[in-house]
Each structure stands twice: as structure tokens, then as C-alpha cells.
Design a protein. Sequence first.
Length: 226
Amino acid sequence: MQRRKHNILEVSGQDVEEAIARGLAQLGLSRDEVLIEVLNRGRRGVLGLGAEPAQVRILYPAEEEGEEEPIPSPAEEKSQIARATVKELLEKMGIQAQVTVHEPQEDQLLTLDIRGEDLSILIGPRGETLNALQYIARLIVSRELLRWVTFFLDVEGYRQRRAKELQDMARRVAERVALSKQPLALEPMPAHERRIIHITLRDHPLATTQSVGQGEHRRVTILPRE
């Protein structure tokens, strides 16, 4: 029995960020819901001569069509392949660590927690290295299963600690905004961190949130609630 493949969209733009933005707008999806491959970074040329557009390939979940039933991969298979993939990536990086699978509960995603000695190199500034490793692992597992796969990578509970920091910061800034009646913009963040801010303040009586900016510069602004 064949598994249904994910869909592919190839988009061009003046640069990579513009091509990605066009593709996401066309699909109506966020950056965290897709996998992106850069096919051509483009070239500006000289005086308009020799210019080439940037081109990206976007892999996104296939939708159900007609009465065709989706053919999901068993959760156990997904967990095993994800764990094996992460372990292989770590071995190729020369890192010895244990990879533990935490099965999802309720609306949470499958999480693979990496534990070992001195693993700060896997986190990087503001979790950038961890996000890059997660992206690569998702891409490999998705191609292995021939369908869209999403899961989180964590290193010794870093994401949980980071979520707590973001929640506390969001509440502090919201109180400042409520008192000053002036909006405040936070630093640029990846989509999953912006989501934490939005969820934390969605029921705040005096402050609300909105995301502004494009690509890596997208950030949350906290505003006084009207």
C-alpha cells in the first residue's frame, strides 16, 4: 500500500526571501508548516544584464481529495525513524548523546529530547543551531516516509525553559504597555516563539499582540487593547 506523497511548489522571486514569501502567501501557510529548499539564490547582474531570479521549492502537506482516505504512517514508525535520523545526525557531528522520544499528549507534537554532556553547541544563540538541526531532521524524515512529518527537537529541556522565559517576558512587557499606553516591539523570533507570546497574552485584559515584518525580521508587537 503506497503512502500519499507531499505536494511541491516551486516559486521564483528577486531574492530568496521574496520567493519564500510569495510561496507562503500562495499556499496560505506559515514558514513552520512547510519545508523549504533553496534551488537558486539568484543573481542581480550588472546593469540588468545576466540577472537570474531566486528560486525555492516548498514542500507542504497534501490535502484530502474526494472520498480518498488518508494513509497515515503508524506513530511508532514515525517515532523510530525520527529517533534513528537524529542519532545518525549526531554521530556524523561527532556528538555522543542519548535521544529520548516523548510521545505527544493532547494537542502537543512528538518531541525528541537530546541529553548528554556539554550540549550547548547544539542550541546556539537563541536556539538557532537547534532550529537548524530540527529543520534538517524534519526534511530527512519527511522524505523517508513520503509524507509531511512535524516534530520538535529539544536539548535537555531547553525549549521548556525558553518558553517559560518568553511567557514571563510577555507578561512584563504587557504590563508596561498597559501603563504607558504605547506599543512595544519585541526582538525578531521564529514562528513557534511568536506563537508562545500570542497565546500567553490572548486573554490579557489590557494588552494584545500582532506579528509584523517579513522572514527572519518578523517580530511580535504588544499593543494596548482598545
